[in-house]
Design a protein around this ligand. Structure first.
Ligand code: ADP
Ligand code: MG
Length: 648
């Protein structure tokens, strides 16, 4: 075999991240060991699974474990596993680059952030993994052999711009990472990573639950006075191999025996997120299908929440054996941020994803998990409003996807939804709270969708509702455009867009007393309306008098089942061709521009430029008022400028 030695450059983003590590942006250096153990544990999980699925694999799985070795003389620390290992290409791909979605984003934010605490927070959310070794190392060496293959790879770097990679004839199965520790700067023994007690402390604190033995050779000093047979001397040291972690699967332990810190460490291992979870859910299913589940609601959304290839979900174990990451059969897409473990007792070890999706018992477990997650959030809403708000701010837009996908739980989801409303710019409201505040005679839950709170709030459609003091829900997440079409009602109250259909506010008495005036208006404006409908026939499908405007001259509304302009824009942005439904132009008969136009229309030749241009301006203004785009802005401004010039 040719001993190919190459010096390669880290990918640009990896280089930036390494710079941050070398210059120790993160203060808790201990965690490098946790990261190495975590990777070793993953590698053992992967090998075990691969050997179960692939009987041909020539790998030794008889004693899967993790070794920690220290050498005080050379100041090195090695974490070794006999797991799946990596090929040369794997090493280049996995260690030389960062594949995580959102890396560039984090790095940009880090660069901007001058505040050290904020930076730590960011890097913590991101998780730096293997690169964290460069917080404590001058040089890191990695020796690895892919299980089932011969010939290994040696990788070395000082974390600057490049690394050296070479083939080696012989390497043990799995991976050994050797950290060449920086010189001890002070007498600060707190950071001596060659000290046995230090390693014990870190393993106990961060990695106790790891399912594989973490072993280390420790010195045993015989107590003075006892007689050691091998040396015949009192007080001599012998070494023995000890397992440092308890290996207890947390999810299998009774809830009252696990403390919060242990839960949180498992969460970190699973999620690669260094911040504590918002909520921990530990449950057990007994009866025909036994399982244990330990689920976590994170306290912030991961950067890849909306990325196609985002890291997500729940791990599946079968009787303590890791089977797969991201078990989609156990958690619907709209709860993809939930992290955790489900350990099912009665499944085959080499079950495939396809079979899982169809397994009736798995479907049942999933139903229970979903209900539990939703009820936990509901509980949070009543018990701890602050944490609920954090949850909703981070995950609300994703949870709302469930209103489309999960009809069975629609009600439970609606119960935890909270949305902005016209009542208070600072606070969101739940639908239930809205319903409790509904005015006498109000039958519908009013909402309006749009691109931003400001746009919706200032849109002319709001006017009559504001004048009458009706609260309107303001829905500005892209997903809102879609779910409001699917959800007919909440608590028996229909959901109704204020930008669609006819609006008829007020009590029955008020409506009756306004009737004569209305009829008169209809008569007075009939000719203008039909003329406008003809003049603007390319743009609108109907022109009518409005009862929703108090101060604006005009607005555009859709029919009840028409697609909204925002949704239309979203579809187009996604490259989909959607129909462009014509809308309805509504006029405010009390506005001077509208009443003036009526008079002018009565008096002038209907073909006059002035009339036609005023019609165009009216339509353009209605479009602008709701944040829409003019089809021909230069024409609009020219007409407007001419008109204004005439008034001076
Ligand atoms: P993460 O663990 O979050 O994926 P890391 O930076 O810790 O990120 O590791 C990057 C990748 O390198 C891992 O996903 C894994 O594929 C590979 N890797 C790291 N350590 C090992 C190891 N001990 N054995 C096999 N592969 C490893
Ligand atoms: Mg890792």
């Amino acid at each position: 075999m040719s001993n190919r030695i190459e010096t390669l450059e880290f990918q640009a983003e990896a280089r930036q991240l390494l710079q941050l590590m070398v210059h120790s942006i993160y203060s808790d250096k201990d965690i490098f060991l946790r990261e190495l153990i975590s990777n070793a544990s993953d590698a053992l999980d992967k090998l075990r699974l691969e050997s179960l699925v692939n009987k041909e694999l020539q790998a030794d799985t008889s004693d899967l474990h993790i070794d920690i070795e220290v050498d005080r003389e050379t100041r090195t620390l090695t974490v070794r596993d006999n797991g799946v290992g990596m090929s040369r290409d794997d090493v280049v791909e996995l260690i030389g680059t960062i594949a995580k979605s959102g890396t560039a984003e984090v790095l940009r934010k880090l660069k901007e952030s001058k505040d050290a605490a904020a930076s730590q927070d960011l890097i913590g959310q991101f998780g730096v993994g293997f690169y964290s070794t460069f917080m404590v190392a001058d040089t890191v060496t990695l020796l690895t052999r892919r299980a089932g293959t011969s010939g290994g790879t040696r990788w070395e770097s000082s974390g600057e711009g490049t690394y050296v990679i070479a083939d080696v004839d012989d390497a043990p199965q799995g991976t050994a990472v050797t950290v060449h520790l920086k010189p001890e700067d002070t007498e600060d023994h707190l950071f001596d990573y060659t000290a046995e007690w230090k390693i014990r402390e870190i393993v106990k604190k961060y990695s106790d639950f790891i399912a594989w033995p973490i072993r280390m050779a420790v010195e045993r000093t015989n107590e003075a006075g006892t007689n050691d047979a091998s040396t015949g001397e009192a007080g001599a040291a012998t070494t023995e191999i000890q397992t440092l972690n308890s290996m207890k699967a947390l999810w299998a332990r009774p809830r009252d025996e696990v403390d919060q810190a242990e839960y949180h460490e498992l969460y970190r291992h699973l999620s690669h997120d260094w911040t504590d979870p918002l909520e921990t859910i530990h449950m057990k299913g007994e009866g025909l299908f036994e399982y244990e589940a330990l689920l976590f609601l994170p306290s912030h959304a991961p950067l890849d929440l909306f990325a196609q290839d985002g890291r997500r979900g729940v791990q599946l174990y079968v009787k303590r054996v890791f089977i797969m990451d991201d078990c989609q059969a156990l958690m619907p897409n709209y709860l993809r941020f939930v992290k955790g473990v489900v350990d099912a007792h009665d499944l085959s070890l080499n079950i495939s994803r396809e079979i899982l999706q169809q397994d009736r018992q798995i479907q049942q477990v999933r139903r229970r998990l979903v209900k539990k997650v939703l009820s936990t959030v509901r509980q949070l809403q009543t018990d701890d409003a602050e944490r609920y708000r954090t949850f909703w701010k981070e995950f609300g837009p994703v949870v709302k996807e469930g209103l489309l996908d999960d009809v069975d739980n629609q009600e439970a989801i609606l119960d935890i939804v909270s949305v902005a409303s016209t009542r208070d710019p600072e606070q969101t409201t739940t639908l239930r709270e809205y319903v409790e505040r509904m005015k006498d005679g109000q039958d519908d839950i009013y909402y309006m969708t749009g691109e931003s709170r400001l746009m919706v709030e200032k849109s002319p459609h709001m006017e009559a509702f504001q004048a009458r003091g009706y609260e309107v829900l303001i829905l500005t997440d892209p997903v809102d455009e879609v779910w409001v079409e699917r959800v007919a009602q909440f608590d028996g109250k229909p959901l109704r867009s204020i930008a669609k259909g006819q609006v008829d506010l007020g009590t029955a008495d008020e409506k009756e007393s306004a009737e004569p005036e209305r009829e008169q208006q209809q008569k007075d404006f009939a000719e203008l309306l039909s003329w406008l409908a003809k003049t603007l026939q390319e743009q609108v499908k109907e022109v009518r008098l409005s009862s929703r405007l108090t101060t604006s001259p005009a607005c555009l509304v859709g029919d009840t089942y028409d697609i909204t302009p925002t949704l239309e824009k979203m579809y187009r942005a996604m490259g989909q061709n959607v129909p462009h439904p014509k809308r309805i132009l509504e006029l405010n008969p009390t506005h001077p521009l509208v009443s003036g136009l009526r008079k002018a229309h009565e008096q002038q030749d209907a073909d006059s430029d002035v009339l036609g241009e005023t019609a165009e301006l009216l339509y353009g203004m209605a479009l602008l008022a709701e944040g829409g785009e003019l089809p021909d802005p230069s024409r609009f401004t020219r007409i407007l400028a001419d008109r204004l010039a005439n008034t001076l």
